[in-house]
Design a protein around this ligand. Structure first.
Ligand SMILES: [Zn+2]
Length: 152
């Protein structure tokens, strides 16, 4: 915990938690522009990928396998975009980056969840940063639970 780090100080909504290990927490993003979008965040303040410990990498590798498998099974995702950017942490000085991954499942075909349809018109290309979507809490919990169940 670094008291100057925005990510360390971020309150965790227990309803968004999909999975946890000693080193990582998987949270379902409020923005479901890409169905199943998650954040995978290091629990300990770690400033860059180069500073991750062997244990962090080991647990991260396991999460990648579990989360990708679950999103294929539960949501019908075909492939996944993992990005670790942290650019906004460098807008102010001193910068306090904190390793977290943006996880976006990608879909060749439209997919339905609850009574909503999710589209991925840019499939095969870089994701569209403007493709954002807030959904009602019931569908959100349904997505969370179906990914969670498939990770067990
Ligand atoms: Zn931090």
């Amino acid at each position: 915990m670094n008291p100057d780090c925005d990510t360390c100080k971020l309150p965790i909504n227990p309803d968004s938690v999909i999975y946890e290990t000693d080193q990582w927490r998987v949270l379902l993003a409020n923005d479901q522009g890409y169905l199943g979008r998650c954040y995978v965040t290091a629990k300990n303040h770690t400033g860059s990928l180069g500073e991750l410990s062997d244990q962090q990498w080991k647990e991260y590798a396991r999460i990648v396998t579990l989360l990708e498998t679950a999103c294929k099974k539960a949501l019908g995702a075909e492939m996944f975009n993992w990005t670790c950017l942290m650019n906004n942490a460098f807008r102010k000085q001193p910068s306090k980056p904190h390793v977290h991954w943006h996880f976006r499942p990608r879909y060749r075909k439209d997919v339905s969840f609850g009574d909503l349809t999710f589209e991925d018109p840019q499939f095969g290309y870089h994701y569209d940063r403007d493709q954002q979507r807030n959904i009602d809490v019931k569908v959100y919990m349904g997505i969370r639970d179906s990914i969670k169940k498939s990770m067990d």
